[in-house]
Design a protein around this ligand. Structure first.
Ligand SMILES: Nc1ncnc2c1ncn2[C@@H]1O[C@H](COP(=O)(O)OP(=O)(O)OP(=O)(O)O)[C@@H](O)[C@H]1O
Ligand SMILES: [Mg+2]
Length: 558
């Protein structure tokens, strides 16, 4: 048996070559891996990988291109390329790809160009590719194509599946590295966005002139500092559970609303209340007005109440002043009207008294005395009734509003009226919608308005020939309770419509013309409106709209 030295040496040489080859592959993968972890600049990253592939792996050349946000190639790096490469780069940036690159756009698989000299005659690179092959592969991770990589390798390696696997593996690693950079970039943007919105939020809240606070378990856990600059003492205005700074008369109501909010009976509080900024115990306590808006929120995972409070004392004062001024103007007009109105009955009384005196002196016809006294009585009654109504109109009373369903009162007050109307040949119909919500009103004042409107309608139809019908309706319209009174009388000519609400405007010989102005005032005091419209059938129609604008109704629970 002969020892085959030559065969042994050849085999050993092959083994050593294989070990060298494996070492090169391992070092290449290791260096690419290191770069992928440490390099955050895309351009430097792909250039570094090209260099490793050429220097460590021994490829003839390598080039990598990446797509930008507009899906066009925006970066190209290369290593080992021996021919002028600029024209290819330029073409690629204009979406004109080489044959091997085009393949990567449509296929996930590695594309092998065995003999570029013959196969890629158009490509400038192929001139130098004698005895070389080229591999092209896309850089893809989770279905996103980041770009492509092309390497030039010895011809015999191109058919080696292991080598192809290595190229594929490296390309996958590059794509994953690019994905990591994408994530990193997005994280930075999100962080920047978050930081910016935090700063915006802080600037807004901290500098707000309103008092903003967050309450958890009846304790204030956050308070914005801005408010202290203006109203240093406003910070405790809304402090559960006792609300000591809330003015005594408003305290129970505020406590009730707060409890209702906590127990989800209402969705938010929107109300005004009075508070004592210097504490409730001070003898000369100052009372100020605050407007409160409160809702439930989740603050750092805990159920909390967010409050926003504004000091509205100044605007309340202006509002009061305007109301008084308005009343004074009306009062001036009313006084002039009174003088005018009571002058006639007064001079009547004077004349009748003179006549009485004459009869008494002459001891004339005593039977005339009774009729003269009757007339005096009537004239004094008229003066008294005018004065009473004027006083009602001008007295500075604060209506006592209650939360009520007006249907009940309207129904009751019109029962009697309809009988009287029927006796005068007037039909009366009422349609009270069962769906009208409760609203804040003083029911007796609303009754007074309804009666005034019905009386006017009846008076308008007294001499009227034709159908005599008064229709009263209640219904809900958007945020209002609407009450309408319509008649089939002569209606109100357009030119007169602007005057009918003026105090003492009347077209009747024995009336004072104060009814509608009182109605108007009452409805204004309710924050509503009273309007006159021509009715569809030619008569007059009066429409009252009462707002449903208090916090409970807004919260949709009433
Ligand atoms: N339904 C109606 N149809 C036609 N005209 C009306 C109607 N309601 C009011 N008017 C007109 O408006 C005027 C003013 O009404 P208002 O109720 O203020 O005073 P009045 O009824 O004349 O007097 P008072 O109500 O003080 O007894 C009336 O005189 C009348 O001309
Ligand atoms: Mg009237």
């Amino acid at each position: 048996m002969f020892f085959n030295l030559q065969g042994f040496l050849v085999e050993k040489g092959l083994k050593i070559k294989k070990i060298d080859h494996l070492n090169l592959v391992l070092m290449t993968i290791r260096d690419v891996g290191r770069l992928l972890i440490t390099e955050n600049d895309r351009e430097k990253l792909i250039k570094g990988i090209c260099d490793i592939l050429v220097e460590k792996r021994g490829y003839y050349n390598a080039w990598i291109s990446l797509f930008g946000n507009d899906k066009k190639i925006d970066l190209i790096a290369d290593s080992g390329i021996e021919v002028p490469f600029d024209s290819i780069k330029k073409n690629i940036k204009h979406q004109q790809f080489t044959r091997c690159v085009e393949h990567t756009l449509f296929s996930k698989n590695i594309f092998v160009v065995n003999d570029p000299v013959k196969e890629c005659t158009q490509c400038v690179l192929s001139k130098k590719y004698f005895n070389r092959s080229a591999l092209a592969v896309r850089l893809e991770y989770e279905d996103k194509n980041y770009g492509f990589m092309v390497v030039s390798i010895p011809k015999e390696l191109a058919s080696d599946n292991n080598e192809k696997n290595i190229v594929k593996e490296i390309s996958d690693d590059i794509a994953f590295g690019l994905y990591r950079l994408d994530l990193e970039e997005r994280r930075k943007f999100t962080e920047q966005d978050l930081e910016q919105s935090r700063i915006r939020f802080e600037t807004l809240i901290e500098n707000s002139l309103n008092s903003i606070s967050i309450i958890q378990n009846h304790k204030i856990v956050y308070e914005n500092p801005g408010i202290r600059k203006i109203h240093g003492l406003m910070s405790k205005v809304f402090e559960p559970p006792e609300f000591f700074d809330v003015y005594l008369e408003d305290r129970a109501r505020i406590k009730r609303l707060y409890t209702q909010l906590l127990s989800n009976k209402i969705r938010r509080i929107e109300t005004d209340f009075r508070y004592c900024p210097f504490g409730k115990d001070k003898a000369d306590q100052e009372i100020r007005w605050a407007l409160l808006s409160a809702t439930k929120i989740d603050y750092l995972g805990v159920e909390s109440v967010l409050t926003n409070i504004m000091d509205i004392t100044d605007s309340k004062e202006v509002e009061d002043f305007l109301r008084i001024q308005d009343k004074m103007t009306s009062l001036g007009r009313v006084t002039a009207g009174i003088a005018h109105e009571i002058r006639n009955p007064l001079s009547g009384i004077y004349i009748y008294l003179k006549a009485l005196k004459k009869i008494y002196n002459q001891m004339g016809d005593i039977t005339k005395v009774v009729s003269i006294i009757d007339k005096i009585e009537l004239a004094s009654y008229k003066i008294e009734s005018i004065i009473k109504r004027v006083m009602d109109f001008s007295k500075p009373s604060q209506p006592q509003f209650i939360m009520t369903n007006l249907n009940d009162y309207i129904d009751e007050v019109t029962k009697l009226t309809s009988v009287t109307l029927r006796k005068s040949g007037i039909q009366f119909e009422k349609y009270l919608s069962p769906n009208i919500p409760k609203c804040f009103a003083e029911p007796h004042l609303i009754e007074q308005v309804i009666l005034n409107l019905i009386t006017n309608a009846a008076e308008a139809m007294k001499e009227f020939q034709g159908e005599k019908l008064i229709t009263l309706k209640t219904f809900k319209n958007d945020n209002h309770v609407v009450i309408s009174v319509r008649d089939t009388g002569p209606g109100i000519p357009l030119a007169r419509q602007s005057k009918i609400f003026d105090p003492f405007y009347t077209t009747k010989s024995s009336s004072s013309g104060i009814g509608l102005s009182i109605c108007h005032r009452i409805i204004l005091d309710h924050g509503g409106s009273l309007k006159c419209q021509p009715a569809e059938n030619g008569g007059a129609k009066f429409i009252i709209e009462l707002p449903l604008k208090n916090k409970e109704v807004e919260s949709g629970l009433i």
